[in-house]
Write a protein that binds this ligand. Structure first.
Ligand SMILES: [Zn+2]
Length: 281
C-alpha cells in the first residue's frame, strides 16, 4: 500500500512501532531497520525472528507508557482480539497524539473468511467485521480518521495440510477438533489441488460476474487528521505459498507463471485481467 510505504519511509530508528498481535512478525521486509516491538499472547512464533523486540501481553492490557508509539500495526490480528473495545482503547492510549495505525482484517462476510471459519471451526476469528464496522470501531475508539484503504485478495494459503495436523508435526496446537483431524488425514495433493482450484475458480467467477469471491478483506490506514480516504486497488496476484501480494509481476515463467519475490515459489499470473478498479466495500 503506497500510503503505508510513504509513512514508513518517514520513520527513523528513533520512532517506535508497535506490532500488536505480531505472530511470527508482521511486514518483515517493510519494517526492516525500524524500531519495532512485537506484542502477542504467545511469543513462540516470533522466535524465528530474533531481530525483533518482543513483549508477552494481552492486547487490552498493554505494558507500555502512554503516548509512546508513533505507529501501531494490527496485521491480521484485530479479528482475534476478544476484548475489541478494550484493545482499541489501549491502542489510543499508547499512540502519540499524531500517531498512526495500520490495520489489515478479513471481511467477515467474504467467501474466503467463511470457508476458513468452517474448516478450522472458527480458527480463532472471534470478530466478524464489515468495512463499516471496523472503520467505525477504530475511528470512534482510537479517535483516528481513515486516510486510505485497499482491497486484499486471498490465495487460500490456509489450505495447507500442515494446518490440519497437530504440533509437533503440524502448526496447530492439539488437540484438534474432529473435523480438522479428519481433513488432516487427506493426502497433501488434495490440499494443493483445492488451493489452485479455488484461486483460479474464484477469480474467473469474479471476472465474469463482477463478484468479490476472491477478496479476503481490507488494508486500512488511519491518521490523526480528517481527510478524503484514498482508495488503491489491491492485487490479484497473491502467492499460494507465503501469501505475499505482488502489484506488478516481473519476469514471467512460461507466460502463465511468475516467481514470488518473497519465497521464489512458482505462482499463476492473474495480472492483466481487467476486473475494473471499482472501489467495493
Ligand atoms: Zn511467496
Amino acid at each position: 500500500m503506497q500510503l503505508l510505504s510513504s509513512w514508513l519511509s518517514g520513520l527513523s530508528p528513533t520512532h517506535r512501532v508497535l506490532d500488536l498481535g505480531c505472530g511470527t512478525g508482521s511486514l518483515r521486509s517493510h519494517l526492516a531497520g525500524l524500531n519495532v516491538i512485537g506484542s502477542d499472547v504467545d511469543l513462540r512464533p516470533l522466535i524465528s525472528n530474533p531481530d525483533r523486540l518482543r513483549v508477552c501481553a494481552e492486547s487490552h492490557e498493554l505494558p507500555f507508557s502512554s503516548e509512546s508509539f508513533d505507529l501501531v500495526i494490527c496485521h491480521h490480528s484485530l479479528e482475534h482480539f476478544g476484548n475489541l473495545t478494550g484493545s482499541i482503547r489501549e491502542i489510543r492510549r499508547v499512540l502519540k497524539p499524531m500517531g498512526r495505525m495500520f490495520v489489515s482484517v478479513p471481511d467477515g462476510l467474504s467467501f474466503s473468511d467463511r470457508l476458513y471459519r468452517c474448516l478450522f471451526c472458527g480458527g480463532g476469528h472471534v470478530q466478524c467485521f464489515s468495512f463499516d464496522t471496523v472503520v467505525s470501531a477504530i475511528e470512534s475508539g482510537a479517535v483516528l480518521h481513515l486516510e486510505g484503504w485497499m482491497e486484499l485478495f486471498s490465495s487460500f494459503i490456509y489450505l495447507n495440510k500442515q494446518n490440519f495436523v497437530a504440533a509437533p508435526r503440524g502448526r496447530s496446537p492439539g488437540p484438534l477438533p474432529r473435523r480438522m483431524r479428519w481433513l488432516g488425514q487427506l493426502p497433501r495433493v488434495c490440499f494443493d489441488m483445492a488451493r489452485i482450484g479455488l484461486n483460479i475458480g474464484t477469480r474467473l467467477i469474479d471476472l465474469c460476474l463482477r463478484t468479490r469471491l476472491a477478496r479476503y478483506g481490507w488494508a486500512l490506514a488511519f491518521g490523526p487528521a480528517p481527510s478524503r480516504p484514498e482508495f488503491s486497488p489491491g492485487s490479484w496476484n497473491v502467492c499460494m505459498s507465503c501469501g505475499a501480494g505482488v502489484d506488478r509481476v516481473g519476469k514471467r515463467v512460461a507466460w502463465f507463471f511468475y516467481r514470488c519475490p518473497s519465497c521464489f515459489s512458482l505462482n499463476i499470473v492473474f495480472q492483466g485481467v481487467n476486473r475494473g478498479n471499482v472501489a467495493s466495500r
